[in-house]
Design a protein around this ligand. Structure first.
Ligand SMILES: Cc1cc2nc3c(=O)[nH]c(=O)nc-3n(C[C@H](O)[C@H](O)[C@H](O)COP(=O)(O)OP(=O)(O)OC[C@H]3O[C@@H](n4cnc5c(N)ncnc54)[C@H](O)[C@@H]3O)c2cc1C
Length: 442
């Protein structure tokens, strides 16, 4: 496809930024991706994405969209050692109500370390003709156009150089993919626009992650474990997954409690979880570092509701809607947003009116994953949750009680978690009947 537009700028070379650059390369003659970090030439963590020390997995729907945008990605990741697993067969799910049945489901996921995924995507995006990645540069402001109602580029500060070098870059389209640290509300205020409304749901969950290296000859036990929290009694949980080179990433999470920081705290926490976990970790060599993460707040910024929005400006990824990572949805949602942008640009290539078209449909797209995360997490907030949240909690608790004895219910639940079905599927008559009559039947 020939480029229809001249130049787009993308702020942030995280997952959403890389996906956006990939899509825009089909529609713009040049795309400049601006990243404040100096990006490593390999799969190593970096300061701008503190979440990259914690386990990441590509859930099914997300993996499919990534594959459609980067054909061959799954095989490339696999060649680097990232396994493809059956979500219901290879992962041990320990709910507060018991172990989920293990069954062949065909629901495929791919656990991969975040630095490896980002490195491979970056390599792919760099190889696209129209894309240039400028690293070590921080975007500090949006440039208003002559009318004052649109954006015509960004102001950029080269980090690290002394004296600091400020430049401007003009573009027909600016896409903010700056993640949770996006400065967009402040930049909009600089343009004279009101602050957008935000909804936040803070479950008060902190994470601590440690890497365990395989030891030659040792029996390693299981490879993947999910032990979710459940309000109010199960306040501790974990997510363990084996990624490339047999490394086990173990993330412990705790609600309204400080996540473990020391060796002793970590070991004691592990001992109180699924009994097989202590065995799985004992068979491996723990790395000394315990990475912390405490920004698990679900946050949805209602940009689509702003009456005035600058022409030539879009926002996607965690900058708009960020989820408690327990649900593993962020990258899949970013991929769906990028694909949405591609579809809109294919159907109506004109940039006029693009932001409104995109943000409205983006809001619809993020609603289901938002409800899934927010319905459960609201209960962890202080005060009485709203009626809808209480009803959702009641229903999910009963549903989880059924899972250990019902492969059908677990399969449906797994499809929703993998974003193959909307949460509405959990109210399918076959499930609804079981949930409502559970406890009444012998
Ligand atoms: C602990 C944890 C575990 C997670 N696990 C999963 C998982 O298993 N599956 C899943 O799908 N999702 C997971 N996520 C979510 C996932 O990390 C994000 O949703 C996803 O990375 C999309 O983020 P993003 O690209 O919008 O932002 P980020 O990845 O945060 O990237 C933003 C980028 O913008 C750059 N930047 C910011 N401001 C500027 C600026 N002014 N100028 C230049 N550059 C700038 C930053 O340096 C960064 O590189 C997890 C998140 C956490 C915290």
């Amino acid at each position: 496809m020939g480029a229809r537009h001249e130049h787009a700028v993308v702020i942030g070379a995280g997952i959403a930024g890389l996906l956006a650059a990939r899509v825009l390369a089909d529609h713009f003659a040049t795309v400049t991706l601006i990243e404040r970090d100096r990006l490593p030439d390999g799969p190593t963590p970096r300061p701008g994405t503190p979440q990259d020390r914690h386990p990441h997995g590509l859930l099914t729907r997300g993996a499919e969209v990534f594959e459609s945008l980067f054909p061959g990605l799954r095989a490339e990741l696999r060649a680097e050692g990232a396994p493809v697993i059956d979500f219901c067969q290879d992962v041990r799910f320990r709910f507060a109500t018991g172990l989920a049945p293990q069954l062949a489901s065909g629901i495929l996921a791919q656990p991969v370390s975040r630095p490896l995924l980002e490195y491979i995507l970056r390599r792919r995006v760099r190889a696209l003709g129209p894309v240039t990645i400028r690293t070590g540069c921080r975007v500090t402001a949006l440039l208003p156009d002559q009318t004052g109602r649109g954006v015509r580029g960004v102001r950029v500060l080269a980090c690290g150089d002394r004296p600091l070098q400020a430049t401007t870059i003009t573009a027909q389209l600016v896409v903010d993919a700056g993640g949770r640290s996006s400065r967009l509300p402040a930049w909009l205020a600089d343009l004279g626009l009101p602050l957008p409304r935000q909804t936040t749901v803070d479950p008060g969950v902190g994470y601590a992650t440690r890497v365990y290296l395989p030891q030659p000859g040792a029996v390693t036990g299981y490879q993947h474990l999910v032990q979710p929290l459940r309000h109010p009694d199960a306040r501790r949980g974990c997510f363990a997954t084996t990624v490339e080179n047999g490394r086990l990433l173990l993330a412990l999470h705790a609600a309204h409690e400080r996540a473990p920081r020391t060796d002793e705290e970590f070991t004691a926490f592990v001992a109180a979880l699924d009994p097989g976990l202590a065995e799985a970790t004992a068979a491996r060599q723990p790395a000394p570092e315990i990475a912390q993460y405490s920004r698990a707040v679900n946050r949805r910024v209602h940009y689509h509701r702003l009456r005035h929005w600058p022409a030539g400006l879009l926002v996607l990824g965690d900058a708009v809607c960020a989820f408690n990572p327990i649900y593993g949805q962020g990258m899949a949602v970013a991929a769906l947003e990028a694909r949405l942008l591609d579809r809109i640009l294919n159907r109506r290539p004109r940039l006029t009116g693009l932001p409104r078209r995109f943000h409205r449909r983006q809001a619809r797209l993020t609603l289901a994953p938002w409800l899934l995360a927010a319905a459960s997490d609201r209960c962890w907030q202080p005060g009485r949750p709203p009626l809808a949240a209480r009803a959702a909690r009641w229903y999910l608790r009963r549903l989880q009680r059924l899972i250990p004895s019902s492969p059908t219910v677990f399969h449906r639940f797994a499809r929703v978690l993998n974003m193959l079905d909307s949460p509405v599927a959990l109210a399918h008559p076959s499930v609804l009947w079981r949930v409502l009559t559970a406890g009444r039947r012998p």
